[in-house]
Design a binder for this molecule. Sequence first.
Ligand SMILES: NC(=O)c1ccc[n+]([C@@H]2O[C@H](COP(=O)([O-])OP(=O)(O)OC[C@H]3O[C@@H](n4cnc5c(N)ncnc54)[C@H](OP(=O)(O)O)[C@@H]3O)[C@@H](O)[C@H]2O)c1
Length: 253
Amino acid sequence: MEKQKVVLITGGTSGIGLGTVEYLLEQKGYCVLSFSRSKDHIEAAKKKLGAKAEAVCFLQGDVSSRQDCVQLAKIIDERYHRLDGLVNAAGIIKLGGIEKQTYEEWDKSMAVNLTSVFTITKELLPLLKKGTNPSIVNISSMASGRVGGSIAYCAAKAGLDAMTKFLAKELGPYGIRVNSINPGAVYTNIYVASGDYDQKSYDQWSKDKVTLYPLGRIGDAKKDLAPAIEFLLSDKALWTTGDIILVDGGISI
Ligand SMILES: NC(=O)c1ccc[n+]([C@@H]2O[C@H](COP(=O)([O-])OP(=O)(O)OC[C@H]3O[C@@H](n4cnc5c(N)ncnc54)[C@H](OP(=O)(O)O)[C@@H]3O)[C@@H](O)[C@H]2O)c1
């Protein structure tokens, strides 16, 4: 029997991260770990997964805390001794341009959406080097190139795309692939979590958006994003690295 791939998904309790957790469990061949902050969100994710939740290792911590990332690497080392896949899906947004966005929002966006990927990759690198066909998948956004919404978010995601390419070049000689999935609008909790929308207005926003998409709908985390993420994690993509892949229902055309 083939060895399972040990894969860590940051932000695996909601939205794109949780959709990917669910999808990987269904593919078999994956031992899935999640890393996120809120205990309540972990409990909610377990409830959503039902019996399948037992197969997931939910770890608690903040990707923007260096200390938490160091501790995370220690736990994975003790329990699994290696890492075959890392999906950097934890992320936040707070809407606003230069006039509205505060310094605090800018700093937080950089810390969670950009610096965290540097920290977590640095701390987990020794474990990835011990993995089999290791793969890092960064969840960026179409907003890295098609700007709008939040100045800090767009800048962080553009920085993340540059980091993806840099890491692909640097880590290629170790056999570690680094790619990015850049989604269009996906129905998740990100805007309700930020307080920019309440559930009702977000649902309306999501409905209003569909006319902009050539495929006539916004994305579903599990159906539309997770398969692309899994492809990059898998041995089907062994010669794919440094790619920034739009998965956006055609809105960028
Ligand atoms: N939804 C979209 O339309 C869209 C489009 C393009 C790109 N994306 C990107 O997709 C990724 C996932 O977003 P989503 O839409 O799925 O959002 P979501 O539903 O709000 O999920 C975000 C996840 O990240 C975790 N998280 C947030 N801050 C964290 C931190 N400091 N440390 C650890 N975990 C943290 C959250 O759990 P806790 O709050 O419990 O920590 C949650 O599990 C993000 O990088 C986002 O930028 C989303």
